[in-house]
Design a protein around this ligand. Structure first.
Ligand code: SF4
Length: 296
């Protein structure tokens, strides 16, 4: 894989064989864990869990990332392309209800190669779980290989996305990518209670930014109406001030009940369908134990 990498909006324009990009990844596939995981939305986790593949590195690098051990610190183990394909197959054999590719954007080319070999053997939905910092072209590239998009929409406000994720253009890219996802998979399709095609948009409410959350919900409602698409939404209260949040006093705390309730009220007013975490969901239990399970 000798080509120049511009797969995400960071446009590093480098050859990852010789140099790491903003995402800290090379062309080698690096994984931190591949195992059943039970903390995703019920339409993804089902009763048997989702087979979660946690990739090392990330193109967004949020200062408060709960998975900083893999996104920032790059904990993980390099696996060959064949081993990666085997990992996907062995996860599917574990009686899980889906396979979740978590923060997959920076490895899209490697994922396509692996799925070219084994996709036909995997009979459960494959979920593309992304920060939303994506290019439309990357979405088009992966579309035939995956069943469900699970994008975050983290910010609309460019000042916040710049401050916490060094990406002033986050919403420009994310909104275009999510629109493309909704165009490509406009209907929610289920097998029993598991989502087998569609888009589930996630939003993590951040301290001090509930007005931005409300703007995001308005955008989602207008967009799905305009596109005549269906979508689920998942509103999350689980923010905890991890990693470098201590350097940003205004987010070095949990979200208050008042802030979270404001967002929930808006979602109800807009009749958005989906999942809403309890007020008190911030907890360490959502942070996976990155232990190379399923990798070595
Ligand atoms: S995937 Fe990584 S190397 Fe490629 S453009 Fe994005 S941040 Fe840069």
């Amino acid at each position: 894989m000798e080509s120049i990498c511009n797969i995400c909006p960071r446009n590093c324009n480098i050859n990852r064989t010789y140099k790491k990009g903003y995402c800290k990844a090379t062309n080698d596939i690096k994984l931190a864990k591949a195992a059943p995981f039970f903390y995703e939305e019920p339409v993804v986790s089902g009763s048997n869990g989702t087979g979660a593949v946690f990739f090392s590195g990330c193109n967004l690098q949020c200062c408060y990332c709960q998975n900083y051990r893999i996104s920032h610190e790059l904990f993980g183990e390099i696996v060959t392309e064949d081993k990666f394909s085997d990992i996907l197959l062995s996860l599917a054999d574990k009686n899980v209800d889906s396979i979740s590719l978590i923060s997959p954007t920076i490895y899209v080319l490697q994922i396509v190669k692996a799925l070219d070999k084994v996709r036909h053997k995997i009979k459960i939905p494959i979920i593309y779980n992304t920060s939303g910092y994506e290019k439309e072209d990357t979405v088009k590239l992966i579309n035939d290989y995956i069943d469900v998009y699970l994008p975050d929409i983290k910010y609309m406000d460019p000042v916040s996305s710049m401050r916490y994720s060094n990406a002033a253009d986050y919403f420009n890219y994310c909104s275009s990518a999510v629109k493309k996802m909704l165009e490509l998979k406009p209907k929610l399709v289920y097998r029993e209670s598991i989502l087998t095609s569609g888009v589930l948009i996630r939003h993590l409410v951040l301290p001090g930014l509930y007005k931005d959350s409300i703007n995001i919900l308005d955008w989602i409602k207008n967009t799905i109406n305009d596109l005549k698409a269906e979508s689920l939404i998942s509103i999350m209260s689980q923010y905890m001030p991890y990693y470098m949040s201590c350097n940003y006093p205004e987010i070095n705390r949990k979200v208050t009940k008042y802030e979270y309730n404001k967002v929930l009220s808006k979602a109800k007013e807009l009749h958005l369908e989906g999942f809403m975490q309890d007020n008190c969901s911030s907890s360490d239990s959502y942070v996976p134990d990155f232990n190379l399970e399923g990798i070595i």
